[in-house]
Design a protein around this ligand. Structure first.
Ligand code: BGC
Length: 750
């Protein structure tokens, strides 16, 4: 006992001494204030700024290499290192080139694509994702993670749908906040992209999106606002396109007035790579760091090509001859310094971790929780008797998917493919055979990241089908694993898809398999909606995604029932493209009008995208937004409001009981939609305004509660420039999907 007390006394004395030393250090710190980690960041920023020359201020506003922007070497202020983002830490590239630097220690954990995260509808998993990728970034000494992307799913053809969080601003807004906070907990700035109304890849740098204010504020801005105001994002990336006639990397209205003005954003605006287009607008339009500009200077300048950037020499010239003001320069420099002091010079130093078992486990969990069971007649989870035979058909059971897709391309330490995971899951129990079925895309490298797989197959399409059918005939179950991939024209940056059907003749393979063996399960792996006219041929349909390093395990977990599926669609899957809101060329992909060198794209559909369109127009989609089945059943009961009228500054509490009435433990996403049946303006039939993912054991019941506020009832009145909740009746729709409403309640706003 004596010994214990003595040890405690020693520890306490040491702690007190340590605290005193720290205080002493702060008081006696005799270096410059900007180096004093005890001081508030803005004091350090002001001190650093006061010591900088104009040239030094300009130098920190633009790239000094493909992925870094300068610091202030004279003052010992480090440069900022940027990295893609958003699914893992990009492999190192050469100083001035996109090409790989050839490092051998930069193979990361590949996390699932963001659309997969969105399909989890799980805020905690989003935080886990953010923190894990933040730790990887910090370990690799990156200060700015170029992600997450949260552009809205306006067209299912958008090549980057897989990098975003779906078609609903509320869902994306709720999921982006914990992601941003998770990343930034590691002193890595999340750079939320691409701001704004950047919803297609076709002619992405030459398209002028013409969008009215109501549509902008209700659909295209809310997730960004949430990232900034609730998530406290430290960086925003401007998008390539123009909005209402001005390029978005220096769009005064978007960046100065809305982002920095209305939302009080105090972080840094970074251009998309090559998105800065004009000397003067670059200065006045709200841009802070210019990256990736494709100046000729990069190749031909005698000295440093980066000096030719819009925010480099042209800016200096304007400052010297008085055309540009010191105030704007100081504001930009302050924002960059603030970013440096928040990240690499932060008083809290994290060291991160890379490819840890925890990161792979997080990747597997997120991947599995986002997989969506679209249809099931009971064939899943797989139950194969001892010595049974499972035939797996399809390229996506084998093809590695981490590589490809554009700037989100990753070099990962390993990638588990579905066929290997299924063999592992059934080892010693059943035989698992793979047949190709079709040849889709045989590229196995992207930007010099190589998978090492051999995908060429000399067989004709007919022979491939015949071989698959022969193998499938006597199988206990046939699992077709196909879909899209991350090559050009599929889920890929820089191009959009041409249609929403399965490519490479896969429909024929599915039909032939169904004829040979009716015990057919189809797994569609894609990052965007695929129409399924063959739906009736499959006994179960699973929507899988690009799940990253652990994608195969995650899929096998769901197919075997080790994980009970709980993902819900973050977008609508329509029967056909023609059913959707984009009917004309002027809506998509845009038209070239006389006298303009930009493609004009009119958002004539206004606020009606995704389920807002399908629901309001009464068009039945193939699978609705929010849809996703489970191996168990959930029963909803006792939905109630705590009052029948609400005042404008009050709240209404909604509660509902959800019971697991099936035979497996599982999670349900309870969704709350609001409908405003009487309104002076046209409104969507319903809009998502709440969701909770709850895990419920067999036979148990959970009560789920939501608070509704006036902001959940409002539309944006563009003329008055404010949100309006009109008095009268509102309906609260609670359900398991946007097309599976289990309870409807109503109240009045007074
Ligand atoms: C993409 C960005 C990306 C950047 C850097 C651009 O082409 O649009 O999303 O972060 O490149 O790789």
């Amino acid at each position: 006992m004596k010994k214990l007390l003595a040890s405690i006394a020693i520890i306490l004395t040491a702690l007190v001494a340590c605290k005193q030393n720290q205080k002493q250090a702060a008081r006696t710190f005799d270096g410059p204030a900007y180096l004093n980690a005890e001081l508030p960041i803005d004091e350090r920023v002001e001190d650093a700024l006061s010591r900088m020359t104009t040239e030094e201020k300009v130098a920190i506003l633009h790239a000094q290499s493909k992925f870094s922007s300068a610091g202030v070497p004279r003052l010992g202020i480090p440069e900022l290192w940027h990295t893609d983002g958003p699914h893992g830490i990009r492999p190192e590239v050469l100083w001035d080139e996109w090409d790989q630097a050839g490092w051998t220690n930069d193979s990361c954990t590949a996390f699932p694509a963001l659309i997969n995260l969105a399909a989890t509808w799980d805020r905690d998993l989003s935080r886990l994702y953010g923190r894990s990728i933040g730790e990887e970034a910090r370990y690799r000494e990156k200060d700015i993670l170029l992600g997450p992307g949260i552009n809205m799913g306006r067209t299912p053809l958008n090549g980057r749908t897989f990098e975003y969080m779906g078609e609903d601003p509320y869902l994306a807004g709720k999921l982006v906040v914990p992601y941003v906070q998770g990343v930034q907990s590691q002193n890595v700035a999340a750079c939320v992209k691409h701001f704004a109304v950047n919803n297609q890849e076709t002619r992405r740098t030459e398209t002028n999106s013409i969008v009215d204010d109501r549509t902008l504020y209700e659909i295209y801005l809310p997730a960004f606002k949430a990232a900034v105001v609730e998530g406290g994002a430290w960086a925003i990336m401007g998008s390539y396109n123009l909005w209402n006639g001005t390029y978005n990397c220096h769009n005064d209205r978007l960046l100065n007035q809305i982002l920095k003005g209305e939302w009080g954003f105090d972080g840094v605006v970074i251009s998309d790579w090559g998105g800065c287009r004009d000397d003067d607008e670059a200065i006045t339009g709200g841009l802070d760091i210019e990256m990736g500009t494709w100046t000729d200077g990069l190749r031909s300048a005698a000295s440093n090509g980066y000096d030719l950037y819009h925010l480099a020499n042209p800016y200096l010239e304007r400052l010297r001859d008085g055309r540009a003001s010191e105030d704007i320069l100081n504001d930009k420099a302050r924002r960059v310094l603030r970013t440096i002091f928040r990240t690499s010079m932060s008083p809290v130093q994290n060291f991160g971790s890379f490819t840890s078992p925890e990161h792979f486990a997080a990747a597997r969990k997120i991947a599995a929780e986002g997989i969506v069971l679209l249809k099931n007649d009971g064939i899943l989870p797989l139950r194969v008797s001892e010595g049974g035979k499972i035939v797996v058909v399809g390229e996506n059971a084998y093809k590695m998917m981490v590589v490809g897709g554009g700037s989100s391309n990753l070099k990962t330490k390993y990638e588990i493919i579905p066929i290997d995971a299924l063999k592992e899951a059934f080892a010693g129990k059943a035989e698992v055979i793979w047949e190709r079925g079709y040849v889709g895309d045989v590229t196995t490298d992207y930007n010099r990241v190589v998978t090492g797989q051999k995908l060429e197959d000399p067989r004709s399409p007919a022979k491939l089908i015949a071989d698959a059918v022969a193998a499938a005939k006597d199988a206990d179950v046939v699992i077709f694993i196909g879909g899209l991939n991350k090559s050009e024209g599929q889920d890929n940056e820089g191009t959009d898809r041409k249609d929403i059907l399965l490519p490479y003749g896969q429909e024929k393979v599915i039909e032939a398999l169904a004829e040979a063996n009716p015990r057919l399960v189809v797994v569609n792996i894609s990052g965007s909606p695929v129409a399924m006219p063959w739906e009736g041929k499959a006994r179960a349909i699973v929507q899988g995604w690009y799940g990253g390093s652990e994608s195969g395990h995650a899929l096998a977990d769901v197919l075997t029932g080790a994980v009970n599926p709980s993902g819900k669609l973050p977008f609508t899957i329509p029967y056909s493209l023609a059913d959707g809101p984009l009917k004309t060329e002027r809506q998509y992909p845009g038209i070239l009008e006389k006298g303009s060198d930009k493609w004009q794209e009119y958002y004539d559909e206004g606020i009606f995208i995704g389920y807002r369109w399908y629901d309001t127009k009464g068009i039945k989609p193939q699978y609705a937004f929010g849809h996703g089945l489970s191996y168990t059943d959930f029963t909803y009961s006792g939905a109630a409001l705590d009052k029948s009228t609400m005042t404008e500054d009050g709240t209404i509490h909604v509660s509902v009981n959800v019971s697991n009435s099936g035979i497996y433990d599982g999670a349900e996403v309870v969704q709350l939609y609001i409908s405003d049946p009487e309104c002076s303006v046209e409104r969507p039939a319903k809009e998502l305004k709440g969701f909770e993912k709850v895990f419920i054991k067999v036979g148990e019941t959970t009560t789920v509660g939501f608070d509704i506020k006036a902001e959940d009832l409002s539309y944006f009145d563009a003329a008055a420039h404010k949100w309006v909740a009109e008095k009268g009746e509102f309906k609260v729709l609670i359900g398991s999907a946007s097309d599976d409403i289990r309870a409807t309640l109503s109240f009045r706003l007074q």
